[in-house]
Ligand binder design. Structure first.
Ligand code: BMA
Length: 370
């Protein structure tokens, strides 16, 4: 363990922070009611950023890596720095079709087991959802039909099918329980990067009202199915103003976490652009989150293939120090696409930079959360 979360986190676990309320009943007397798991997660996330620290996360970290797939207990990140990421990211795409494997061929039963294992380590789990639409079954990247979202939320037959997809997601979240049967709190980040045009729910393919209705439908179904273990994250792609950031924001009652998805493109030549964009947008996200009582996070980032050896210490770390957010997630290390990776693996040329990033007091990994 390299650095321990301060007292605020320990207290947060007992439900005594501002974020989690003060454990009092309506009559104003102290209650013995334990803090709900979802409020413990909220407090953990809030405590990290409040202390100027950021939890490190990686997509599909323990289910495959750069040169392996399906092994048990492995992690490219842990094999480089000796510790698991504090945040594990997973994807639900395919669950809504009743598939047993997600869109990247990871069994949902394995994801559930990994969520339980990560929770037992004291770590956090977050979910994205690259779903197949309920109308013609096309994948999230199929943007050939710009009526999909409108029909999902406005046409009664399509909406019933869409709500059926959401009910499948609700059942999955409800099935995440620890050894004692307690619900495991997780983050859900649906309808992400909607300011871009590459997903069927992207801004060029649906109206503002119809986009917001994706969120209201999501909360309506998950809430009515009894999902009470989820914090909801909103994560536009790069935007340059608060107005753009909030243009399609569904409302404070639907969202717990304000995020941003910003990738580094163009190798070393793209560093300045990445730095400027991230610096501006994380400051924006932090300020909007502070105003609204939300958690700020860097919900997706990375540089594909890590062509810049010192990227961790010279590019990402200074940005996190400048704008501490609760967590940062880098995307997956595909086992079947040799250049599609975002975290180092043993022998990779950014390994030393990553170890220094790991050892820095700003970053939190799993052992720091125990
Ligand atoms: C993308 C790529 C794809 C993958 C998808 C969903 O960014 O990594 O290969 O299928 O995410 O995980």
């Amino acid at each position: 363990m390299k650095n321990i979360l301060p007292i605020a986190f320990i207290i947060a676990g007992a439900g005594l922070t501002a974020c989690s309320g003060n454990n009092r009943t309506a009559e104003g007397t102290a209650s013995d009611t334990p803090t709900p798991p979802v409020e413990q997660l909220r407090s953990l996330l809030a405590s990290a950023a409040a202390e100027g620290k950021t939890m490190f996360g990686h997509h599909d970290d323990t289910v495959y890596g750069h040169s392996w797939c399906g092994d048990s207990g492995r992690s490219d990140v842990a094999e480089v720095c000796g510790d698991y990421p504090a945040v594990m990211s997973w994807d639900l795409g395919g669950l809504e079709k009743g598939d047993s494997l997600n869109l990247d061929s990871v069994p949902f039963d394995r994801i559930r087991a990994e969520v339980i294992a990560q929770h037992a380590r004291g770590g956090v789990n977050t979910f994205s959802w690259h779903l197949f639409n309920a109308i013609d079954g096309a994948d999230s990247w199929n943007v050939s039909d710009s009526t999909i979202v409108s029909r999902l939320v406005n046409d009664s037959t399509s909406n019933a099918a869409f709500r059926g997809q959401l009910a499948a997601v609700a059942r999955f979240f409800n099935s995440l329980t620890d050894a004692e049967g307690n619900k495991i709190p997780v983050i859900f980040r649906p309808w992400h990067e909607h300011t871009g045009g590459w997903f069927f729910w992207g801004a060029p393919h649906c109206s503002i009202d119809d986009y917001k209705a994706l969120w209201t439908n999501t909360r309506s179904v998950l809430d009515s199915e009894g999902v009470d273990n989820v914090l909801y994250a909103y994560s536009p792609d790069r935007v340059d103003s608060a107005e753009k950031y909030l243009e399609r924001y569904p409302g404070d009652e639907y969202v717990d976490i304000l995020g941003a998805d910003i990738y580094h493109f163009g190798g070393a030549d793209g560093t300045e652009n990445y730095r400027n964009t991230v610096s501006t947008e994380l400051a924006l996200v932090r300020s909007l989150a502070a105003e609204r009582g939300k958690i700020a996070a860097f919900t997706e980032t990375g540089i594909e293939g890590l062509p810049v050896d010192n990227w961790w210490t010279e590019t990402l770390l200074p940005l996190l120090r400048e704008n501490p957010v609760s967590y940062v997630v880098v995307w997956r290390n595909a086992h079947n696409k040799p250049t599609h990776f975002y975290a180092p693996y043993p022998g990779h040329s950014s390994e030393e930079s990553f170890k220094a990033f790991y050892n820095d007091s700003t970053t939190l990994f799993c052992n720091d959360l125990r």
